[in-house]
Design a protein around this ligand. Structure first.
Ligand SMILES: [Zn+2]
Length: 252
């Protein structure tokens, strides 16, 4: 078999590996999302308590400022009472004092409720905090492991790419052009093994003369029907790996 044909087969194998790599590279990102979302799931109770606590604290601040307002109103109307000149002014002052007093009482009661609720939520947050720290540490460790595996994997992918570029330089320009053209047409599936005189990709029977040449490894031939590049392997023969072909090519 010619070196070009061996290189073409190896190129096909390399491209198959690179296509697999694309899928696997996406899987690292999917795994990262899964790890993070698992963490979010575990801390949901904590997150809810913390969000509610923030809301209660905001409400408490508003209520406390309302209380100051109502207390100052109460003080003002109480002072007004000292200055009334007639029965009508007296009644108005009494009514306003009464309203302010009720508002103060209502406000104080709401503040007490909010403080109790905040205390409950603070306890809940504090209860979950150590668990969160543990989970966060575990999550960070899992993410670091994912990043390490991805980096190692990407380095391997880069080695495959380098090997592919080496093959390209060794392959004759004509066959490289042919390979690229068929790859575009056939979704990357360029090479077709001949089995029982038939193109294994499109099932077209080869002309006897072409079959004979392909079997003997004389020249490089393409399938009349699908245009793929044909190769023949005697039954039981081992297929040279892409690495072996690249290495062999380097020696020649
Ligand atoms: Zn074919």
């Amino acid at each position: 078999m010619s070196q070009d044909l061996e290189l073409l087969i190896a190129l096909q194998e390399t491209d198959r590996q690179l296509a697999e790599c694309q899928t696997k590279t996406r899987q690292f990102a999917i795994e990262r999302e899964r790890i993070e979302s698992e963490f979010q799931h575990h801390i949901a109770a904590y997150t809810t308590a913390q969000t509610n606590l923030d809301a209660v604290r905001r409400r408490l601040r508003d209520l406390e400022s309302d209380l100051v307002h109502f207390q100052s109103q109460f003080a003002k109307y109480t002072a007004d009472l000292q200055r009334v000149r007639n029965q009508r002014e007296y009644e108005t002052a009494i009514r306003e004092i009464d309203t302010a007093k009720k508002s103060v009482a209502q406000c104080e009661s709401k503040i007490a409720e909010a403080r109790a609720e905040a205390a409950k939520l603070e306890a809940e947050v504090a209860l979950h905090a150590p668990e969160i720290e543990k989970r966060r540490a575990e999550t960070d460790a899992a993410l670091a492991e994912n990043a390490r595996a991805e980096a190692a994997y990407l380095a391997e992918v880069e080695r495959i790419r380098v090997r592919r570029r080496e093959m390209e330089t060794k392959l004759s320009k004509t066959w490289l052009t042919n390979y690229t053209r068929v790859a575009k047409l056939r979704g990357g599936h360029v090479m077709a093994q001949v089995i029982n005189g038939t193109c294994s990709a499109c099932r077209m029977r080869l002309r006897p003369q072409v079959y004979s040449l392909v079997r003997q490894g004389i020249g490089i031939h393409t399938c009349d029907s699908c245009g793929r590049i044909l190769f023949y392997r005697p039954e039981g023969s081992a297929t040279a790996s892409a690495e072996q072909v690249a290495a062999a090519g380097a020696d020649s």
